[in-house]
Structure formats: structure tokens, C-alpha cells
Design a protein around this ligand. Structure first.
Ligand code: MBD
Ligand code: FE
Length: 300
């Protein structure tokens, strides 16, 4: 039996390219994601009703008990689980684990009744208060030699009746061409590929960025060991993360993917929806690609 908490990485496995000298590690990105989550303002964080805690935790434990009985789980397997759970915390990978394998259902339940744009999971790498661009247009901060094809992402923000929402905030963040997120990997400028564009009087926005690459969740930590032990893969399709908000409207947290891209049909985080797939076209001058996508925000 393999002990998934301590199993060594296959030495023949290809390391993710980083383009930097200091390697991105699961433990470093996990620690940063854990720190980010701890500093997040959480609504009602300390006030969950006792009866509800009792119901939810009892049902969760009962489901676990049923699995142990049904599959005749052994002490060796129980100890492997314990060791792995301890290591998830040591690696700081609880945000990654939960956002990859649980958040999609929480999002589905939370936004079930929305009339406007579809959302999907936030994931572990959002940072608030990114550089702001007013007047409807901005270029995400990037390095002079930033990899990836230039991408113009543009559209309009309206309410459910079609009225333009001027002054709406369109926050975007995404991985670079090596699959790395600024503030969660070493040697990237603080706000690389993170920015907020404020819509113009017609509710329109234009964001200049680069096409992200498919993204592999860290393979050298506990989540990676679980994936290897279960024979799964670690890939997410290339994606743009967005939060779109306006006063008096519900904020939409979403992601957008690219038609025909790798892993659109088998995202490890189960966060793809048909409404979230872009099909950019080459720009007239051949310098990159462009795509239009509109957002519709529900009333609060
Ligand atoms: C990501 O970039 C991401 O979006 C999610 C949901 C999980 C891990 C990494
Ligand atoms: Fe992501």
C-alpha cells in the first residue's frame, strides 16, 4: 500500500516550467494561499447556528462511517488518511484542496437562483484591491517580455433589464504563460496579470492582457500526492478569473475558458460551464486575439 502523505515524487516526472530560478513549490504557494484566506473578511464567520453545525457535521461523519463499513477500510488505510490530512495542513494546502474538490458545489447552491451571468468557483488565488483603471480601458500589469499571445477582452456590464451599469468594477486575475500566479509564486511583480477596470458611461470595458496557458495545480504537495495515488490528473483548462460588481447588484465571481483548449472537458476543479467558454478571433492586424463577453448582474 502507498502512503500518500509521504510518498516521494516520481523522479522521472517533469517539473512544471517556471522560467524563474527559485522554483515554485506547493508549500510556498500553499502558505501564501492560507495566509491570504486568513486575512479575508468573512461574513458571519463566527456565528453558525448550533443546530445546523450538529446536523451538518453529524451527516458528514455518518457518510464517512458508511464508507468505512461499505469498503471495509483497514487500520493501515485509516493511518494513511490521518497522515495525509496532517500533511495537507503542513503544506498549507487546505485552500487548494477545498477549492478544487468542494467549492464547485457550494457555488452551484449559492447562485442557483441567479438570472444574470453564470458564476463559478473563486479558487485560492484571488487578491483584492488590484491596480484600478478608470475610463473603461486598461492593460493588466505585466512584464516587458510577458509570454503568451496578446488578448483583448471586452464587453459590457448591464443589469437584468439590460440597463448599462456605468462605474461597475471588472476585476481580472490569471496565471502567466508558465501557469504561475503573482503573489503565490516567487519572483513575479506583485500585481502581475491582476487588475480592475471600471466601466465607462455605457457600461463598457476593454482589458488588454495575454492568453493564459493551461494550469497544473502543484504536484509536489499533498494535493498532488492524492492525485497521483488516485490516478487522476492535475490540470485545469487555461482560464481567466473575474469578479464583476456594481452598487446594488450581486457580485459575480466567475472564470472564462477557451473553446477547444486542453482540459476544458476534464477540469480537475469541475468548474467549467458551457456559458463560460470563449472563442476569441484573431485581431485584424494579426497582433493577437480578441473576444467580447458581456456580464449581467442580478439585483441584490
Ligand atoms: C487555480 O488557478 C484555480 O483557479 C483553482 C480553482 C484551483 C487551483 C488553482
Ligand atoms: Fe485559477
Amino acid at each position: 500500500m502507498t502512503d500518500i502523505a509521504t510518498e516521494q515524487q516520481d523522479p522521472g516526472a517533469e517539473a512544471a516550467p517556471t522560467g524563474t530560478e527559485e522554483q515554485a513549490t506547493a508549500a510556498a504557494s500553499g502558505a501564501a494561499a492560507t495566509e491570504r484566506f486568513r486575512s479575508k473578511e468573512r461574513a458571519g464567520a463566527v456565528d453558525v447556528d448550533t443546530a445546523r453545525v450538529n446536523t451538518l457535521v453529524t451527516e458528514l461523519l455518518t457518510a464517512a462511517h458508511d464508507i468505512v463499513r461499505r469498503h471495509q477500510v483497514t487500520y493501515a488505510e485509516y493511518d494513511a488518511l490521518k497522515a495525509w490530512l496532517i500533511q495537507v495542513g503542513a503544506d498549507g494546502e487546505w485552500p487548494l484542496f477545498l477549492d478544487v474538490w468542494l467549492e464547485h458545489v457550494v457555488e452551484e447552491v449559492a447562485n442557483d437562483d441567479r438570472l444574470g451571468s453564470k458564476g463559478t468557483i473563486e479558487g485560492p488565488y484571488y487578491v483584492p484591491d488590484s491596480p484600478r483603471f478608470t475610463g473603461g480601458e486598461g492593460a493588466l500589469p505585466m512584464r516587458a517580455d510577458e509570454g503568451g499571445t496578446p488578448l483583448l477582452f471586452q464587453g459590457r456590464v448591464t443589469d437584468v433589464d439590460g440597463a448599462a451599469l456605468a462605474g461597475a468594477e471588472v476585476e481580472m486575475w490569471h496565471a502567466d504563460d508558465d501557469g504561475l500566479y503573482s503573489q503565490f509564486a516567487p519572483n513575479l511583480p506583485q500585481w502581475n496579470l491582476r487588475g480592475t477596470v471600471v466601466t465607462d458611461a455605457q457600461g463598457c470595458f476593454r482589458i488588454h492582457t495575454v492568453q493564459p496557458a493551461p494550469y497544473q495545480i502543484p504536484t509536489d504537495g499533498s494535493c498532488g500526492r492524492l492525485i497521483a495515488a488516485a490516478g487522476w490528473h492535475a490540470w485545469r483548462p487555461a482560464h481567466l478569473h473575474l469578479k464583476v460588481s456594481a452598487p446594488g447588484r450581486q457580485r459575480v465571481t466567475t472564470q472564462l475558458y477557451f473553446k477547444g483548449g486542453s482540459h476544458v472537458a476534464d477540469d480537475v476543479a469541475s468548474a467549467v460551464k458551457p456559458e463560460l467558454i470563449l472563442d476569441p478571433t484573431p485581431t485584424a492586424d494579426g497582433s493577437g486575439s480578441e473576444v467580447t463577453y458581456d456580464f449581467v448582474l442580478d439585483r441584490v
